[in-house]
Ligand binder design. Sequence first.
Ligand SMILES: Nc1ncnc2c1ncn2[C@@H]1O[C@H](COP(=O)(O)OP(=O)(O)O)[C@@H](O)[C@H]1O
Ligand SMILES: C=C(OP(=O)(O)O)C(=O)O
Ligand SMILES: [K+]
Ligand SMILES: [Mg+2]
Length: 564
Amino acid sequence: MAQALHLISPSPSSSLPTATITKPSLASSPRLLSFRPIRRRLPSAISAIIVSDNGKTPPEAAATIEVDAATEAEMKENGFRSTRRTKLVCTIGPATCGEEQLEALAVGGMNVARINMCHGTREWHRSVIRSVRRLNEEKGFAVAVMMDTEGSEIHMGDLGGSAPSARAEDGEVWTFSVRAFNSPLPERTITVNYDGFAEDVKVGDELLVDGGMVRFEVIEKIGPDVKCICTDPGLMLPRANLTFWRDGSLVRERNSMLPTISSKDWLDIDFGIAEGVDFIAISFVKSAEVINHLKSYVAARARDSDIAVIAKIESIDSLANLEEIIRASDGAMVARGDLGAQIPLEQVPAAQQKIVQLCRQLNRPVIVASQLLESMIEYPTPTRAEVADVSEAVRQRADALMLSGESAMGQFPDKALTVLRSVSLRIEKWWREEKRHEAVVLPDIASSFSDSISEEICNSAAKMANNLEVDALFVFTKSGHMASLLSRCRPDCPIFAFTNTTSVRRRLNLQWGLIPFRLTFSDDMESNLNRTFSLLKARGMIKSGDLIIAVSDMLQSIQVMNVP
Ligand SMILES: Nc1ncnc2c1ncn2[C@@H]1O[C@H](COP(=O)(O)OP(=O)(O)O)[C@@H](O)[C@H]1O
Ligand SMILES: C=C(OP(=O)(O)O)C(=O)O
Ligand SMILES: [K+]
Ligand SMILES: [Mg+2]
């Protein structure tokens, strides 16, 4: 493929190209290498560089542009240079499944709604997915939907009747049983979903509910029943996760042989594909194999839209195979809830930092999840420690933060979302003011020459954007790939990502700094830019004189210009 380097004039309305230099002369062109005007108004001379491999003529395109209504409001309120970069995921549950509650979260900045298949019925999940879709269509939001599988973890059953929780006190003896009971359950009895439970545990084992919120010691085994004495009292929630420890180590005997994707999960996945979810998050991933399997399964079934597969890093096995799992996935989640039950708690922060960094290097979006604002399940203000934790995740430049119980069943879901939003904005601003150019080394990740060109273009465009202090980066991308490469650089300015399809636009919602727009565009960058400028100007989202850098994946190029 012949790559040519073109120089064009600053006015997007002028014809392009005005000069063509073939690739080998790039290194010998001092004019290009010294192209670095430190001013915001462009000189009238050389204003843009385009590396192009095609010259197709454009079809005529529709004159509309779609952007998430809440993002648009945030941009107008804060000015687009200060638009929030960190994305927000909210778990939907009984506290937020109503139409009005969902709308309040969308208005509050929810980018992705997560449904957890551990809880609720399929009808319930269907109604949530459809409500989100309806909200998007009727109110102009672009909230994506993430389905999170149950996985083959060992967990307690429902508590019987309508009991929302059960309290275990110090010294009480409880029975954990794999028998099926009719509701209500006998007193101090908990059912367990894993048939091998009673065989796998041993007298003397320590049993942790929800990663240690409540602790028991196994004192006796009677067939399918396991008698345990409570050693650390606390509240047990329905379907809380169970782990057992022996001599200070997590026991992973037969349960480690259970499939990552259970037969129930496969049914849920079929359901998710049929309902057109945007992301499927896989619990307790152990290896890259399961991700590859699921990706081909999804590719064969979800014809029109491509569903992104997110690997939840929450087990010792996933840490052992971290890089290959992340490479195989479309994104990852630092699922600190279960991770903290499988490795000592004090190791979780370092694991988080490592996962976030690796995802950035490999260009995969990463979500930091669980207990970010846990106290807000009950209280309207977070603790100082929680705010510090959220700040740290933003400072690590994770793509997204997630609410779990805070939004699913807490008393203050909107307030919790507001805290995530305002802490994100504040820390991002602080970062830009301090001009902290991170020491993160971004390795080359391209797997082909063409990918390398895209990567170099994005790295250079992001660097130019910082040096020139441009107002925004524009990226015209069909697959979303160029947008993600720009996001990976975490530039100082926001990234306006224009894409043709609604599903790509929704998926970009999970990536740091991207403001996804749906726009019908052609291969002709000049006409794309002209149209985009006038559409955005009409919406009051940009103004004449704003300095932007535009890149595109059809016409691999970097253009620097003032909005006419
Ligand atoms: N669909 C749902 N129906 C009922 N309760 C839910 C639902 N989703 C979440 N919850 C509640 O919110 C809590 C936190 O959600 P999450 O962290 O996703 O699950 P878990 O605690 O099982 O890891 C759950 O423990 C559960 O009590
Ligand atoms: C996000 C997590 O997974 P789940 O809520 O499904 O247990 C977690 O364990 O932190
Ligand atoms: K889950
Ligand atoms: Mg988990």
